[in-house]
Design a protein around this ligand. Structure first.
Ligand code: ATP
Ligand code: MG
Length: 183
């Protein structure tokens, strides 16, 4: 799968950028890794990068979560995208983060929002060892489609993947919509 941009009759290879977003536990990492493997795309683990490059601004004890400055994270991710684009062997990148949809639309070709049934999500978050209050906060975010609404506001090209009962990676990559964006 390769995307080309035709300028004055010359085909230029364009690196595709896929942002995988969704509430914690809805299956971003599971989907992102599968998709990256299936499409031979570069997998970007934003959580790891936040820790490695100390991109968080401390820790919110009450919410038990790292405080991330979105503008700073976006600047960092845009730089990463630009650097990856220099490597002509890289066909695409999958950005795995519940903040990936905060990137401006011009840097993202497709935004995948992972979804999950509330009961199943609650089970998954308990298994992850999340505190009760954090589970409640995330379930509310899922009910109110927070990630989707924010992605919509930024006018991303969005598709949903419901991971409640698993997913078929072939169905996802074969879906007309995704094919249209992924070349
Ligand atoms: N497609 C799926 N089918 C079945 N179980 C799944 C699926 N996707 C995820 N899960 C289960 O849900 C758990 C959470 O998935 P995952 O870690 O991919 O979510 P996440 O959105 O990346 O979470 P976080 O934001 O905390 O990193 C996994 O441990 C796995 O057991
Ligand atoms: Mg994850």
């Amino acid at each position: 799968m390769q995307q080309y941009l035709n300028i004055f009759g010359i085909n230029y290879i364009v690196m595709m950028v896929v942002a995988v977003t969704g509430v914690p536990g809805t299956g971003k990492t599971t989907l992102s890794k599968n998709l990256a493997k299936r499409l031979s795309f570069f997998y970007m683990d934003v959580n790891k990068l936040i820790s490695k490059y100390k991109l968080s601004e401390g820790y919110d004890r009450k919410r038990k979560t790292k405080i991330v400055d979105i503008k700073k994270l976006n600047r960092f991710l845009i730089l990463q995208i630009k650097n990856l684009k220099k490597d002509k062997k890289i066909k695409g990148v999958i950005i795995d983060s519940h903040l990936s949809h905060c990137l401006p639309k011009k840097y993202v070709d497709l935004c995948i929002v992972t979804k999950c049934d509330i009961k199943e999500l609650s089970r998954r978050l308990k298994k992850k060892g999340f505190h009760k209050s954090k589970i409640k906060e995330n379930l509310q975010a899922e009910i109110f489609d927070v990630c989707y609404n924010e992605a919509l506001e930024l006018k991303h090209n969005i598709i949903f993947v419901d991971t409640t009962k698993g997913f078929n990676i072939n169905h996802i990559t074969r879906a007309g919509f995704i094919r249209g964006f992924l070349g």
